[in-house]
Design a protein around this ligand. Structure first.
Ligand code: 5CA
Ligand code: ZN
Length: 412
């Protein structure tokens, strides 16, 4: 699939620090330790509605991971998917008398525009579920051959994954079986489906149903399950022991737990990822912002209202990526005035020395992406530059480059 244009990234003097990130599997902030090329898979959108601020916040968090690694001297192989076939997309298309494929293409195009406006560094591989059906099928065949997957014998053509075959099942989320069952039922699973070996078994293949799109394959006619799609797309491009598997915290279970388990079953190798990283949920009016609830603020709507995308970016970075946090209009106002101050300061002919600022921002971001303090560090320099002045003629340009390269905020 076509990705989107990458923003220019200024090169900063010296080199950034190794990135430490909270890992859901161990419950600890641990150093990432990528090789020359860091490998990251981030779950993409299900394109049946426009990008809202919750999506944007999650993609911003992983954009910072990308930027901090690059500043540390790594290449980054970043892969993202588009779930361009799935139940919610089909339901929306039916509701609106729309063609599911055109709906997906339209919302994906809007997503690309939003990502471009927010200056998110694009993935090297941006891959749709539909275009990778053969990849998912190959994994399902391997899982059937090893007895890890099984067919229901009710004529549906459905294939399930036997979770008891995953030696370490549950290690990523660390949840009790009871909680897993609750979340599984809430998030697309079918614990009460008759004929399954275990209640938590997720489907790998959905046999063709009348009025639903389906594809011919060696496992029959139908379409792949959601988790195996992400497994296939990630595994075929990045391999095992990737540096980061990422998404919002609502994906930790079952989606990420299952996609990691699938990868581990197929390869016989462990772990799928060295860090499992999850962004907190953005809320609105006291509830998680979600397409199913409809309490949404769209990035595209704000852009349409002439809101500076850099203010959206700054507003979302003003909170820590792991915190569940509400979106408020006040956040946008604060971001706008913050940006105005920063822009005024970097337009000065000279300012206070900014080398300490570079060290501080690098240290703060390397510490589990502490954007809250990184933004305050820039505030302090800007306030000093505007009120006390400074003699360093290179400082305003350096600060502009730091804010651009590390925080992705363009002040020009
Ligand atoms: N296509 C799947 C992943 S393979 C999916 O979850 N799509 S999505 O469109 O529902 O969400 C896209 C990303 O945004 C996911 O990482 C999800 O965890 C994240 N997300 C969804 N809602 C919010 C929210 N309110 N706050 C923060 N992140 C969110
Ligand atoms: Zn996914």
């Amino acid at each position: 699939m076509q990705s989107w244009p990458g923003p220019p990234i200024p090169k900063l003097p010296g080199r950034g620090l190794p990135l430490r990130l909270f890992d859901s599997a161990t419950g600890q902030v641990r150093p990432t330790a990528p090789g020359a090329t860091a490998r990251m898979y981030v779950c993409g959108i299900t394109p049946y509605d426009a990008t809202h601020l919750g999506h944007a916040a999650t993609y911003l968090a992983f954009d910072l991971v990308n930027r901090v690694w690059r500043d540390g001297g790594h290449e980054v192989h970043f892969v993202e998917n588009v779930t361009d076939i799935d139940d919610p997309l089909l339901e929306r298309a039916v509701r609106d008398h729309d063609d599911w494929m055109v709906l997906g293409m339209r919302e994906t195009a809007l997503f690309r525009e939003d990502m471009t406006a927010l200056r998110i560094v694009p993935p090297r591989d941006y891959i749709g579920a539909v275009e990778s059906i053969d990849e998912a099928v190959a994994l399902i065949v391997a899982l059937l051959d090893s007895g890890t997957a099984y067919r229901l014998d009710d004529g549906s053509g459905d294939v399930y994954y036997d979770v008891t075959r995953a030696e370490r099942f549950g290690y990523e989320s660390g949840l009790s079986t009871e909680t897993m069952l609750t979340l599984f039922a809430e998030r697309g699973g079918d614990p009460d489906r008759a004929g399954k070996r275990n209640r938590l078994d997720p489907h790998l293949w959905r046999g063709a149903r009348p009025d639903e799109p389906s594809w011919e394959s060696p496992v029959g006619r139908g379409r792949p399950g959601w988790h195996i799609e992400c497994t296939a797309i990630a595994l075929n491009r990045l391999g095992m022991a990737i540096d980061v598997q990422g998404g919002g915290s609502d994906l930790l279970f079952p989606h990420h737990e299952m996609s990691a388990a699938h990868a581990e079953s197929v390869t016989g190798d462990w772990p799928f990822a060295r860090h499992y990283v999850h962004a907190g949920m953005i809320g609105l009016d006291g509830a998680k912002m979600s397409k199913s609830r409809g309490n949404l603020v769209f990035v595209s709507r704000l852009r349409g209202d002439k809101v500076d995308p850099m203010a959206i970016r700054t507003a979302l970075l003003a909170g820590h990526y792991r915190e569940d946090r509400p979106w408020t209009a006040g956040l946008l106002d604060q971001a706008q005035s913050r940006l105005a101050t920063w822009r005024e300061a970097v337009a000065l002919d000279a300012g206070p020395d900014a080398r300490a600022l570079l060290d501080d921002v690098r240290r703060q971001l390397a510490d589990d992406l502490d954007t809250v303090n990184a933004l305050s560090t820039v505030d302090r320099w800007a306030t000093e530059a505007l009120h006390r002045g400074g003699r360093d003629a290179d400082a305003p340009r350096l600060v502009q480059d730091i804010v651009d390269a590390l925080l992705g905020i363009s002040l020009s």
